[in-house]
Structures are given as C-alpha cells and as structure tokens.
Design a protein. Structure first.
Length: 64
C-alpha cells in the first residue's frame, strides 16, 4: 500500500471512530444537558463529518 493510501486509510479510520463517538453522545442522556444552540451545532457537525467520511471512503475505493 502506498504511503499516501495508508495515510488516507488512517484518516478514514480515525474519523470513523470520532463519528461513532459523537453519534453515541448525541443519542445519549448527557446530550440533553447541552444548550439547544450547541445541540444544533453538534448535529450539523455530525452531518458534515459523516459526509466527509463518505468522501474519504469513496476516495479509498477509487484507489483500489
């Protein structure tokens, strides 16, 4: 695997973990303790991160 592809895979894997942790937080009890403005921003952040994760996956698939 090329150095570039390895770095891309690491980035994808790390982002996938962050997406999962944020998803767990948003669906958990502690999320209700966050003010509504921050809740909205976290939901938008999750959406953006999910889109980014999808793009990284497409790039990796294209390299295979």
């Amino acid at each position: 695997m090329s150095d570039f592809k390895e770095r891309l895979q690491v980035e994808h894997d790390e982002l996938r973990e962050k997406v999962e942790r944020l998803r767990v937080f948003i669906t958990g009890k502690k999320f209700a303790e966050v003010d509504s403005f921050q809740q909205g921003l976290l939901i938008v952040q999750l959406s953006c991160m999910t889109t980014y994760l999808s793009v990284l996956g497409m790039r990796l698939n294209n390299l295979n």
